[in-house]
Design a protein around this ligand. Structure first.
Ligand code: SF4
Length: 99
């Protein structure tokens, strides 16, 4: 049953389908479909917006709207090491990239 909650929003006008948000999402909530990023399953989006930081065109935002509740069970299926690798790869400061 849908309830009002915080969840990712996408500006399809500015998305360039680079896929960085897809790569960075620990719960695999996003996919590139027909040249644009899509939220494939509302239950996979935790609404924390970790993908926002990696978008080069500021096409992602958090909005409050009616959505399926987040599937907390997915956290048990996330490999912690893979999650940390994603955080390191996508969120490390640019100055560390040069080292
Ligand atoms: S990171 Fe931004 S521009 Fe790239 S696919 Fe995701 S929403 Fe589109």
């Amino acid at each position: 049953m849908k309830t009002k909650r915080m969840i990712i929003g996408i500006n399809h006008e500015t998305c360039i389908a680079c896929g960085r948000c897809v790569e960075s999402c620990p719960t695999k909530a996003l996919e590139i479909v027909d040249g644009k990023v899509r939220l494939v399953d509302e239950r996979l989006c935790d609404g924390f917006g970790s993908c926002i930081a990696v978008c080069p065109t500021n096409s992602l935002y958090i909005e409050e709207r009616e959505a399926e509740p987040f599937d907390w069970g997915i956290l048990e299926r996330i490999d912690f090491d893979v999650f940390m690798d994603k955080l390191y790869k996508h969120y490390k400061p640019a100055e560390l990239e040069e080292r």
